[in-house]
Design a protein around this ligand. Structure first.
Ligand code: BES
Ligand code: MN
Ligand code: ZN
Length: 491
């Protein structure tokens, strides 16, 4: 989608639809109600009618009679006192979906100025509008969706906000490109995105200046990544380990390392999952997708920090060669684990990646994973679970989550829970059973954290949703990308 920002002049643009935000008090944020009334008589009639209440999420189309700007969409924002950037994202998503529903290919949005800086408002409008019209439709050959929204025009009041809005829209666009990439990767079926093609996608970031190295099975073996190799044993396809380095910071500055779970299909292995809904497990690389999407976003933003992305990737399959319950495996750092359940595979490949992260002497490591069904039970699809060893880091992540609205909820890593993953024959056991499943998974990971500040995000619920809402679309959501980009920009 092409984005343009320009000064609001009534006849200075052409668009299939123009959206204006109107509050419950029927004042347009930014006090342009008068302009709109004088420009579009039909809009004045709507404002004066009792039919229009300005209720949140309502969208009323008005036909202007003008060829250049035939439709006005009056989007209700609800009350003014509790307005927020998130409400603006949602209002922009309502506008974009309504315009797309009317087969518009271009949409102008009059940027409201209700106390937020123009750059923040423009960023929110771009995120809300563009992310809401995402769909994964490449495999339709019949009933192909028609033309889509191709152009977004943001109309601003004055010269000062023009430049601010341009900056904010560019940030929004980079974020949207990162989220969209993450969604595309997660939604792709496992016969399209498998370990080698996922690593290939990471390599694609080199065109944006990211240094990408992909380790193959021989190199993984030489490093002693026994977790990644064990999970891979049952698969016909080889594992890979992608390393993405963005050196936007000072030379020698310790990087922030991001780690993403890249299970391109999780059948459960020998501890096989029930068949109902198993297809969703093509999205078990949502953590990897979020890391690749974030690296894409920060590269486009030319972030002035050093960031490394690590993606261990394999399928988890049952076969005669698969790893089995009862096996004991040895990781890159020499620690051992007893396999209780081959479906607790994500933590095994992440363990090796956390060991690998040590070589960067990182200032922090953050891993993202669709790790536990228990997290879906605890938080639903609304937020990610956050656990970590550093309260300051956790605090920063919570704040970034609230700002970006890619939200997280903290769970404790109390030592009492360690009891559940004790093994009689190895250093640790890979499953602690059903109780506190999200916490015991994180505690398992903590065994492989070597002193650095570390946070773990369980995106099992937030990363894949059965039903869309506003700008979060059905299927892979790209959860984590907006959170991490916000976190890294405000580090
Ligand atoms: N990929 C799954 C977790 C998952 C479940 C993500 C549902 C998204 C939706 C993970 O590998 C898994 O199977 N976890 C097990 C762990 C258990 C065996 C300790 C689980 O959650 O049941
Ligand atoms: Mn599993
Ligand atoms: Zn899994």
């Amino acid at each position: 989608m092409k984005i343009t920002i320009q000064r609001f002049k009534s006849d200075g643009y052409a668009a299939d639809a123009t959206a204006v935000f109107v509050s419950q008090d029927k004042t347009e944020f930014g006090a342009r109600t008068a302009t709109i009334r004088s420009l579009w008589g039909a809009a004045a009639n709507v404002l004066d009618s009792n039919d229009f209440t300005g209720a949140r999420d309502s969208a009323t189309p008005v036909y202007t009679g003008s060829k250049k700007m035939p439709r006005l969409i009056m989007v209700g924002t609800g009350g003014e006192s509790d307005f927020s950037l998130e409400r603006l994202r949602r209002a922009a998503s309502v506008a974009a979906q309504r315009a797309a529903g009317m087969k518009c290919t271009s949409l102008a949005i009059v940027l409201p100025s209700f106390g937020f800086a123009a750059n923040e408002a423009a960023q929110a409008v771009v995120e809300g509008a563009m992310l809401s019209v995402y769909s994964f439709d490449k495999y339709f050959t019949e009933n192909k969706p028609g033309k889509k929204l191709e152009r977004l025009l943001i109309l601003v009041e004055d010269e000062k906000s023009l430049n601010d809005a341009k900056r904010g829209a560019a940030v929004g666009e980079a974020i949207v490109n990162g989220v969209t990439l993450a969604r595309d990767l997660a939604n792709a079926p496992s016969n399209e995105i498998y370990p080698e093609s996922l690593a290939e996608q990471a390599k694609g970031l080199s065109s944006l200046g990211v240094k990408v190295t992909v380790l193959n099975k021989a190199q993984i073996t030489r490093l002693g990544m026994g977790g990644l190799l064990a999970v891979n044993q049952g698969s016909e396809k080889p594992p890979f380990f992608a390393v993405m380095e963005w050196n936007g910071g000072r030379k020698g500055e310790a990087p922030v390392v991001l780690v993403g779970k890249g299970i391109t299909f999780d059948s459960g292995g020998i501890s096989i999952k029930p068949s109902a809904g198993m297809g969703e497990m093509k999205m078990d690389m949502g953590g990897a997708a979020a890391v690749i999407g974030t690296m894409r976003g920060i590269a486009e933003l030319k972030l002035n920090r050093n960031v490394v992305g690590l993606v261990p990737t394999t399928e988890n399959m049952p076969s005669g060669s698969a790893y089995k319950p009862g096996d004991v495996i040895t990781f890159m750092n020499g620690k051992t684990a007893e396999i209780d359940n081959t479906d607790a595979e994500g933590r095994l490949i992440l363990a090796d990646a956390l060991c690998y992260a040590s070589r960067y002497k990182p200032q922090a490591v953050i891993d993202l994973a669709t790790l536990t069904g228990a997290c879906v039970i605890a938080l639903g699809n609304v937020a990610s679970g956050l656990m970590g060893n550093n309260p300051e880091l956790n605090g920063k992540i919570v704040e970034a989550g609230n700002r970006s609205y890619d939200r997280v909820v903290e769970l404790p890593l109390w030592e009492e829970y360690e009891e559940l993953i004790k093994s009689d024959i190895a250093d640790v056991k890979n499953s602690g059973g059903r109780a506190a499943g999200t916490i015991t998974a994180a505690l398992f990971l903590q065994h492989f954290v070597d002193g650095y500040p570390w946070a773990h995000l369980d995106i099992a619920g937030s990363g894949m949703v059965p039903k869309g809402s506003w700008y979060v679309t059905k299927g892979g959501t790209g959860a984590g990308v907006r959170l991490l980009i916000d976190l890294l920009r405000n580090w």
